[in-house]
Design a binder for this molecule. Structure first.
Ligand code: AMP
Length: 187
């Protein structure tokens, strides 16, 4: 199973990815988590990415494409993977298509988690209380929602044209969202 979870910040991609990891026995590939680990480890990548992430902008396509390409080659991704937070631009989606073609693999589905903007702001502010993420604050979350609308939302059409998109209401309780994803996947 090779999946993409697509949706605005706070829509529940990370939460659902973690549940699906257990259900399907495949890893979650979160570019946000990889970048946050790089920041914590103070690597060159982390030092470059921190200011960009703190203000809610996107890290460059070439940096994240490189991270994902390397990660997809790892042994644990052979049975499949759940991409969470990648791709986020058309250029990233095109790069992913090329990477997968080179590796001789195909996507099974793109789950679009749909969510209401006011509820997203409320959720992310709530998450900020426990997460300690510098980009979970009202100003930055509004910025990230704007970036989602302009750069990432066009991916719904991109993957729609490939017949891969399955839309799920991300505003339902967590377990119901999981069931809706599983029934969309026929699993
Ligand atoms: P996330 O944890 O997915 O919400 O990502 C947190 C932040 O990491 C984003 O606001 C971006 O600054 C950066 N980031 C994560 N994934 C990507 C990506 N695919 N492309 C560019 N920037 C990303």
């Amino acid at each position: 199973m090779r999946l993409i979870l697509l949706g605005p910040p706070g829509a529940g991609k990370g939460t659902q990815a973690k549940i699906l990891v257990d259900a399907f026995g495949i890893p979650q590939l979160s570019t946000g988590d990889i970048l946050r680990n790089a920041i914590a480890d103070q690597t060159t990548l982390g030092l470059e990415a921190k200011a960009i992430m703190d203000r809610g902008d996107l890290v460059s396509d070439s940096v994240v494409n490189g991270i994902v390409s390397e990660r997809l080659d790892a042994e644990d991704c052979k049975p499949g993977f759940i991409l969470d937070g990648f791709p986020r631009t058309i250029a990233q989606a095109e790069a992913l298509d090329r990477m997968m073609a080179e590796k001789g693999i195909k996507l099974d589905a793109v789950i679009e988690l749909k969510a209401d903007a006011d509820e997203l702001v409320r959720r992310v502010i709530q998450r900020a209380k426990d997460s300690n993420r510098p980009d979970d604050n009202p100003d930055v979350i509004r910025k990230r929602l704007g970036v989602y609308e302009s750069s990432t939302a066009p991916l719904v059409d991109y993957y729609g044209q490939q017949g891969l998109v399955k839309a799920v209401d991300g505003m339902m309780p967590v377990e119901e969202v999981t069931s809706a994803i599983r029934s969309a996947l026929g699993s």
